[in-house]
Write a protein that binds this ligand. Structure first.
Ligand code: SF4
Ligand code: SF4
Length: 112
């Protein structure tokens, strides 16, 4: 079994500020922005979102959410106070967290 195939232990999560894996995704329809989410966003946040098939999502840049900042091993959401409800509902240690960590492990195993 490769490292990427090993299950993620929810009791051994990295600090979120050193992780950001749940905000790393390539699917441009991954993080939906609902109408009530849009009301929280500021006009200057608009370039961080995109529309497809009549629905709004967070834009993807370099395989991560456009609102994610990653600098020198630290990562943070630049619109944390205004982030979409789906991001608010994604609990540390929950399915989205574990799926993000799994994606990261697979990417690292592939050297990408
Ligand atoms: S919630 Fe999970 S995947 Fe997201 S930053 Fe925290 S530890 Fe990483
Ligand atoms: S809006 Fe923030 S919390 Fe949501 S996916 Fe993007 S960077 Fe992560």
């Amino acid at each position: 079994m490769s490292v990427a195939d090993e299950p993620i232990d929810p009791n051994e999560l990295p600090p979120c500020v050193e992780c950001g894996a749940c905000c790393n995704f390539a699917d441009p329809r991954y993080a939906m922005v609902l109408a009530e989410d849009s009301e929280r966003l500021l006009p200057e946040d608009e370039p961080l979102t995109h529309w497809t098939s009549g629905r709004c999502f967070m834009r993807v840049v370099d395989d991560h959410c456009a609102a994610l900042n990653e600098i020198e091993g630290m990562s943070w959401c630049t619109i944390y106070e205004r982030r979409p409800q789906g991001c608010r509902d994604a609990a540390r240690g929950g399915p989205d967290c574990l799926a993000g960590l799994k994606r990261r492990a697979q990417r690292l195993a592939m050297g990408t």
